[in-house]
Ligand binder design. Structure first.
Ligand code: HEC
Length: 145
């Protein structure tokens, strides 16, 4: 067999295995929704966020960034995860910029040093249930270039 034929066969094989893109998309393992709700309460996310069905703690809150629902700034699972572990990556749309960021950095705390991966998994499972997100749309690389 010529090398060029081998090359074509391997391209086809790659193309076929690429059919199941969902297995390549980034996603955390399934978590526990009730535990996630607990993390959400314990970490006091409600001090800056509003979420349907959850009462905010006593006090005066300067921030009321809405979470959940459809058609808000978050569209995909990937964006949801990113907004928790890297809040400044993309700032939520539709807010007064002066209240949600300082020097381009989100005022949302970074929890990465205090939140375990299991807590993150549970939290994201909980949050995901509050959104209508589009399925993850993985990048498909064009093998012919
Ligand atoms: C000190 C205030 C503050 C706290 C506490 C806070 N956040 Fe945020 N959060 C923000 C602000 C401000 C934004 C909007 C700017 C941005 O996108 O980072 C935001 C954005 C988000 C977004 C993206 C919303 C969107 O529509 O793009 C998610 C999801 C989120 N926070 C989840 C959480 C969770 C979960 C917690 C608790 C673990 C939490 N936040 C705690 C201030 C906070």
């Amino acid at each position: 067999m010529k090398r060029s034929q081998l090359f074509i066969i391997s391209l086809v094989a790659l193309g076929l295995s690429g059919c199941d893109q969902s297995s390549k998309a980034f996603s955390l393992p399934p978590g526990d929704m009730a535990q996630g709700e607990q993390v959400f309460m314990d970490m006091q996310c409600l001090s800056c966020h509003i979420l349907d069905g959850y009462e905010r703690p006593e006090g005066e809150w300067e921030l009321s960034v809405a979470l959940g629902g459809k058609g808000k700034s978050l569209k995909t699972y990937g964006e949801l995860v990113t907004s928790v572990i890297n809040p400044s990556h993309k700032l939520a749309k539709g807010h007064d910029m002066s209240s949600i960021q300082v020097d381009g950095k989100s005022v949302m705390p970074v929890y990465n040093d205090v939140m375990t991966v299991s807590e993150l998994v549970d939290l994201v499972t909980f949050l995901e249930s509050k959104y209508e997100l589009e399925p993850y749309d993985p990048t498909i690389y064009n093998l012919h270039h």
